[in-house]
Design a protein around this ligand. Sequence first.
Ligand SMILES: [Zn+2]
Length: 106
Amino acid sequence: MDTTTEETFDLKARDDRFFRAAESVLKTYKITRRKTQKKDFVIFDITGGTHDYEVRIHPQWLHKPHCTCPDAAQRAKLNTRGYCKHIIAVLLSNEEFRYQLLEVFL
Ligand SMILES: [Zn+2]
């Protein structure tokens, strides 16, 4: 039995979030890019779900993408380096930032 205690990256958790990004966020939520940046970050508002959330992307990837949802702070933080379904949906739908998904594949 493998008993390593190194940081684990949960591939199933990642794939689940990709499915949820495609199924719920991209299909039914609305992703709106704000016209003005907040400091160095591009801000996206996620609306249409139970709660509204805010995703923050650094255009040069000097900082990780950030989301205000509880999953990003908790389970996604443990399993998928903080990439929740909202972040994944934002990155998928914005070609210029799509490369920032690399972090969950390396
Ligand atoms: Zn989120």
